[in-house]
Design a protein around this ligand. Structure first.
Ligand code: ZN
Length: 182
């Protein structure tokens, strides 16, 4: 589709790009940096919660998850995704307690503050953890932006879960305009 349009791709460094787009601002660590970045050196204040390495690091270092895996080994599966070992429960990535809050917060903020049900269902498409719905409920109902924006209790029906795109170029949208007739 994009081949049909005579377009040019031009790189503009972030500092020169005043009107930033999604691709130039997204916190993806490039492959070379990632290779250098040892798992033990992850800066937990500045980590991207959906990075597979970050998830893996939290899974491996979480004692509660470790104990639960020892007690119920058949409930968990270990798979390698992009050469990174991840722990799954019923085909969903297990969110350790140390990471769940940042994931909920990331989804809720980046999906533009959807309600409890939509935030939960979107996260639950790929992730799971004990008490996830309750954690989402607590987060969304105490979100200051949502509280401010909530103007009435009118119900408008349920919205479907949104598919969150979390890697640049995973999905490309094109707006077409015209043809113009005068
Ligand atoms: Zn909110």
């Amino acid at each position: 589709m994009i081949n049909l349009i005579a377009c040019q791709f031009k790189y503009t460094p972030g500092k020169d790009n005043v009107v930033a787009d999604m691709v130039s601002r997204y916190p993806i660590i490039n492959v070379n940096e990632q290779a250098v970045h040892e798992m033990n050196n992850i800066d937990e204040d500045d980590e991207f919660p959906l990075d597979f390495k970050v998830i893996s690091h939290h899974q491996i270092t979480n004692n509660m998850l470790k104990q639960s895996m020892i007690a119920n080994p058949k409930l968990y599966q270990t798979k390698f995704v992009n050469n990174i070992k991840l722990i799954f429960f019923k085909n969903k990535v297990v969110l350790p307690s140390s990471l769940v809050q940042s994931v909920v917060s990331w989804y809720h903020d980046n999906l533009n503050h959807p309600g409890i049900q939509r935030t939960f269902e979107t996260i639950n498409m790929h992730f799971t953890c004990k008490g996830l719905r309750r954690i989402v409920e607590t987060h969304v109902s105490s979100c200051p932006i949502c509280i401010k924006q909530k103007i009435s209790n009118k119900q408008y029906g349920h919205l479907p879960p949104s598919t969150a795109i979390y890697r640049p170029w995973e999905c490309v949208h094109i707006d077409l305009f015209g043809p113009l007739t005068f």
